[in-house]
Design a protein around this ligand. Structure first.
Ligand code: AMP
Ligand code: ZN
Length: 485
């Protein structure tokens, strides 16, 4: 297991971890099922297109949760899945398969091979995104099309136990046989019935019943005919296979709760007779100008758009973490600029002024930061605490730097990066790689500055600007960045 502590941990003295459980709708003290480690499953992307910046919040949230648990001394076995078939545009049993939509959009033929090729492309893009966002790789990625056998076995178990019925278009889970169906988010099943007039499938016994198998020309052979397992079955079978029949934490976005996660609970608990996940955790949506971002609507900004505009993954992550994961946040470039500036200031401090500072861990102060993250991952408060602590002159600079590194183990902003690499990523250019005439001008400017000849120093700064270089003064000397055209 990776080690996250910047310094030696004293986690026996840490306050308990409290997490908001969507099932009880309360913050609960986290108690893992087993001392051996935490089993955590995160619903992953449907890989028919690029993940938009809203989708990525779900994984930054899961990563922040994992970092907090590891910081508190837990081993975390974490699965993120790839949905590479079976997720319909309605989230339930109607609409088009999103992968099919992707194949048509790309002009590809409708075959399992093309589906694989399409998902390969978007899986690669997703992995590039999560690396840019400093998301720690999960213990395993699970790809739905590689777990079809396990999904069919789970459907068979449910069939043998009498939970399923067949219709002309597939096999359905009979929610009347699972009395607590809809308990996540307190779904009013009767209201669903009232709203079912638009329901296209008259063969369903109840509108809440959901498909565990859909017939289709594209898919796999089974005793129910050719087709594919339902989206909810995918996640349950992959969680069982990679983590076990009972897990500690299941994460997703709030939109996963009503249908997808209630479906998972019903199937898993009917199959095993045991509680499936002890804690359910959901991140809220990111909006743009108050509207939902949805790649299905075609209005999704993707991370690459931000990178192309000169922001880093860490800038976006920092912006995300300034809001609590359970609140909606409104994305704007103006807000992202603010995050970028603040993070750049922090990085410059760590990579220049404080780069050679060393200090011991002030464990009393460490408890303050842990108590914030252990309060249902209060990253906005943790960030505010870090900013205040940096200015706290009752602490030595070395102590402050050490505490920033502890915060970074939780926030994952790259503040612990190698200073030289970190500066390069900020656009700083090593002096000896600059053209000779530029080096000369910088040296002349240093001489002017030391002589307090501000007119000459400013004149040289302007001349450097004309050559395309920005010079800023740091205690260890001039820092040079290339001006973006
Ligand atoms: P999908 O690829 O559509 O299966 O979605 C991947 C994840 O993104 C799911 O956990 C969704 O709940 C989440 N999600 C979808 N839209 C948003 C949004 N606008 N903001 C935050 N999370 C979202
Ligand atoms: Zn899922």
């Amino acid at each position: 297991m990776f080690k996250l502590f910047a310094s030696e941990s004293n986690n026996e003295t840490f306050p308990p971890v409290f997490l908001f459980n969507s099932e009880s709708r309360e913050e609960e003290e986290f108690q893992p099922l087993s001392k051996k480690g935490v089993r955590m499953y995160s619903c992953g992307p449907t890989v028919y297109d690029y993940a938009h910046i809203g989708n990525l919040r779900a994984y930054v949230f899961a990563d922040t949760l994992k970092r907090a648990l590891v910081y508190n001394g837990y081993q975390v076995n974490h699965t993120i899945n790839y949905t590479d078939f079976g997720h319909l545009t309605s989230d339930a049993d109607t609409g088009e398969d999103k992968m099919m939509k992707g194949l048509k959009r790309e002009g590809l033929d409708i075959s399992l091979e093309s589906m694989r090729a399409l998902s390969d492309r978007f899986i690669a893009a997703f992995e590039t995104d999560i690396e840019a966002l400093n998301i720690l790789p999960p213990s395993q990625f699970a790809r739905a099309s590689e777990y079809v056998k396990e999904q069919i076995t789970l459907i068979k178990t449910l069939d043998e136990k009498g939970y399923l019925y067949q219709t002309s278009d597939g096999v359905y889970f009979d929610t009347s046989k699972f009395p607590t169906y809809g308990r996540l988010g307190n779904i009013d099943i009767d209201a669903l019935k009232d709203g079912a007039r638009i329901e296209t499938n008259n063969e369903k016994k109840h509108p809440a019943d959901f498909a565990v198998w859909k017939n289709g020309a594209l898919g796999w052979d089974s005793e129910w005919g050719k087709g594919f397992p339902g989206w909810h079955i995918e996640c349950s079978a992959m969680a069982f296979s990679t983590l076990g029949k009972q897990i500690d934490i299941h994460t997703g976005g709030v939109d996963n709760m009503p249908t997808h996660h209630n479906g998972e609970i019903a199937q898993c608990e009917s199959a095993t007779g045991k509680q499936f996940s002890k804690y359910w955790m959901h991140s809220e949506h990111i909006q743009i100008a108050g509207d939902k971002i949805a790649k299905s609507e075609g209005n999704g900004i993707i991370l690459k758009d931000l990178l192309d505009k000169g922001y880093s993954g860490a800038d976006y992550r920092f912006w995300l973490l300034q809001s609590h994961y359970r609140t909606k946040a409104n994305f704007s470039y103006q807000a992202l600029d603010g995050a970028k500036q603040a993070l750049t200031r922090l990085k410059k401090l760590m990579f220049t002024q404080w780069s050679d500072e060393r200090g011991t861990l002030n464990t009393e102060k460490q408890l303050e930061l842990v108590s914030l993250v252990n309060q249902d991952l209060d990253t906005p408060k943790l960030i505010a605490w870090m900013h205040d602590m940096i200015k706290d002159e009752s602490l030595s600079v070395g102590e402050r730097k050490t505490l920033v590194l502890e915060c970074d183990a939780l926030l994952g902003l790259g503040l612990a990066d190698d200073p030289e690499e970190g500066l390069k990523a900020l656009g700083h250019i090593a002096f000896n790689t600059l053209p000779e005439d530029v080096q000369d001008m910088i040296e002349q400017r240093e001489v002017a500055r030391v002589a307090r000849n501000w007119t000459e120093a400013d004149h040289l700064r302007d001349a450097l600007k004309l050559q395309g270089y920005e010079v800023t003064d740091a205690p260890e000397g001039a820092q040079v960045t290339k001006i973006e055209k």
